[in-house]
Design a protein around this ligand. Structure first.
Ligand code: GCO
Ligand code: MG
Length: 409
């Protein structure tokens, strides 16, 4: 089953997406998501110039061999651009293999280990009443687990809060990447955040009771000792997880956090290989692997990370914000359904324009996702719709402290 052609499609329905489409000589097509938020064109150029020419004529069935060829063959290993490009090839080849087999992809990964995949959504607000309303909206949509992000008194704009005016004046509804020539500037104050956040979780628990699983994303902004304090101060509110509490490329930092708190820890949306997890998994310093399938070398590599994690009772929490396209989302869902150590899946829901470009068979019913039973991934690209939304420059914001120092966003 030889690869006849491969093309890279950049489209910007609600936001920018990079999609790889591989076609075999038999005419079977496979899709891979190569979107890297705010750096999209680097991955599309990497694919177009350095990967697509190498794929033509290769056997589409040899997924592992192609993965190793692109990883080891580049000599320059790891990094988000390389690993997003390899992920797109990997996922597209799995899509093709499953279509050729006439099966939904999860069947090739061992079959379903559960009937459906529990998802969490993002509630947020500028103050407690707004947050409580946002939680209620999510419960009405069927969500059974909810992430809570809050504005902080004294900070003008903070990651993850919808309904918040941005530098560009646009509402910050779930889509932090702003279409503009330059990134927006936000501000940060760790002490104000650390004081405020437990009061918000107290209010949410008082309103919704002890059962509802609640999550929170620290978005890499704390030092290890601050993160330890945050985990400790949130213990009374029984979080499902505290995410990215430190900039976790320093894996040792998590040892310190772990010594001080029993709040479960999730890490990894900016990671791209198993090496980023080596210490964290071996020393059981985390509870959930947060990588995106699309940024970590695809289904093949992510499965290996999760199989390694399973030996230490560490579960999956695959990244699923709106900057993962429906193709990347479907790849996550097939893996979620198949693995034994599934934890939870992030699901923010895409906008109507995105859903027009990517025709999907996955479903979200009563808080649970299912990839559907079409052969392959179950997502097709509407090329005409994609072409009607050309690329628009867009950047994630960045943070400065009060004295002007750049801080983690
Ligand atoms: C999450 C993430 C995202 C990232 C975004 C950056 O937990 O979903 O933190 O919201 O900020 O994916 O591109
Ligand atoms: Mg996150």
């Amino acid at each position: 089953m030889k690869i006849r052609s491969a093309e890279v499609i950049v489209s910007s329905p609600d936001r920018n997406f990079v999609t790889l489409k591989i076609t075999t000589e038999e005419g079977i097509t496979g899709l891979g998501d190569a979107t890297l938020n705010g750096r999209e064109l680097a991955v599309s150029a990497y694919l177009e110039h350095h990967v697509v020419p190498l794929l033509i004529g290769r056997d589409a069935h040899r997924i592992e061999d192609t993965w190793q060829f692109l990883y080891r063959g580049a000599y320059w290993r790891r990094g988000p651009v390389t690993m997003a490009a390899i992920a797109a090839v990997d996922v597209a080849l799995w899509d093709i293999k499953a279509k050729a087999a006439g099966m939904p992809l999860y069947q090739l990964l061992g079959g379903a280990s559960r009937t459906a995949v529990r998802a969490y959504g993002h509630a947020s607000g500028r103050d407690v009443p707004e947050i409580l309303d946002s939680v209620r909206e999510h419960l009405e949509l069927g969500y059974k687990s909810i992430r809570i992000q809050t504005a902080v008194p004294g900070i003008n704009a903070v990651y993850g809060v919808a309904a918040q005016p941005t530098a560009g004046g646009v509402r910050y509804d779930y889509e932090p990447a702003q279409r503009a020539a330059l990134p927006a500037e936000e501000d940060w104050d760790s002490r104000a955040y650390l004081r405020h956040i437990p009061t918000v979780f107290e209010a949410v628990r008082n309103e919704f009771g002890p059962e509802l699983p609640l999550l929170h994303d620290g978005h890499h902004r704390l030092t290890p000792i601050q993160a330890a304090r945050l985990g400790k101060s949130l213990e009374p509110y029984d979080l499902f997880w505290l995410e990215d509490c430190t900039p976790a490329e320093n894996q040792d930092a998590l040892r310190l956090v772990r010594q001080h708190t029993t709040t479960p820890l999730a890490i990894g949306e900016v990671f791209n290989t198993v090496w980023d997890y080596q210490t964290l998994i071996r020393e059981q310093l985390i509870d959930y692997v947060r990588s995106a399938v699309t940024h970590t070398g695809g289904i093949s590599a992510m499965k290996k990370i999760l199989d390694y994690a399973a030996q230490y009772q560490i579960k999956s929490g695959i990244h699923g914000p709106t900057d993962i396209s429906p193709v990347g989302m479907a790849a996550a869902l097939h893996l979620d359904l198949a693995i034994h150590n599934f934890g939870i899946q992030e699901y923010m829901r895409h906008g109507d324009l995105t859903n027009e470009v990517f025709e999907q068979s996955f479903t979200f019913v009563d808080g649970y996702l299912h990839p559907g039973d079409q052969p392959g991934l179950g997502v097709e690209l509407n090329l005409e719709a994609a072409a009607s939304h050309p690329y628009e420059p867009a950047y994630l914001p960045f943070n400065r402290l009060k004295d002007g120092t750049i801080h983690d966003w």
